[in-house]
Design a protein around this ligand. Structure first.
Ligand code: IMP
Length: 197
């Protein structure tokens, strides 16, 4: 089965394709000739996930899915949240985003509890034959004091999932996929797709 994945992020493509397995061929919009940005101007990750998927469906009319992910830190009022990709300003600079998050955490009132508690939340939207379906995955964890690890992308090097002693960036791809927010949401998608075939 062929599926268009509404992303330009090759890390996400690799994770998704490892989880969906070899019966599913993933195509990025740029392979179909679309080189522009996919709009994500919604107020929530649910809205953004749906907007990206709908955009690709309207353009190509092929079965497609999108994911949108937020890192939510309750001691920062849920930030970076829906603004995770541009927390340090426009430009999607992962290094600057991580530095800003570590810095903001040093300013939180020390009397607050669980200052470094965080969670990743992913919402996947699928459009198949014009009908829209959503799948969600969450992973709770802690923001590390400093960066560790070379793997992954985004906030991986500062996120320690619950029950683990290292960051996502210190794990193998398989280890991350087995427990991550995206892994959980994508396995729900995979399960749904297997029943369509
Ligand atoms: P988006 O879903 O591509 O909009 O991602 C929002 C932000 O979260 C971007 O800064 C990504 O780099 C980051 N992000 C998304 N998924 C992950 C992940 O699995 N690990 C770490 N950072 C992520």
């Amino acid at each position: 089965m062929e599926l268009v994945f509404a992303t330009g992020n090759s890390h996400k493509l690799k994770e998704a394709s490892d989880i969906l397995g070899k019966n599913v061929t993933l195509i990025m919009p740029k392979k179909l000739g679309y080189k522009g940005d996919i709009p994500e101007t919604g107020a929530t990750i649910e809205a953004n996930s749906k907007m990206k998927c709908q955009f690709v469906w309207n353009k190509f009319g092929k079965t497609c899915f999108a994911d949108d992910t937020a890192l939510e830190v309750p001691s920062l009022g849920g930030a970076p949240g829906v603004h995770s990709a541009r927390y340090a300003g426009e430009g999607h600079d992962d290094t600057a985003n991580r530095a800003k998050l570590l810095d903001e955490l040093t300013k939180v009132d020390r009397r607050k509890k669980n200052i470094r508690a965080a969670r990743f939340r992913t919402v996947v939207t699928l459009i198949h034959k014009g009908t829209l379906y959503t799948f969600e995955g969450t992973m709770n964890g802690t923001i590390a004091e400093k960066e560790s690890g070379e793997g992954g992308f985004g906030y991986d090097s500062i996120f320690i999932p619950d029950g683990c002693s290292c960051t996502f960036a210190e794990m193998s791809e398989n280890q991350k996929n087995a427990i991550s927010h995206r892994g959980i949401a994508m396995r729900k998608l995979a399960n749904f797709l297997s029943r369509l075939q």
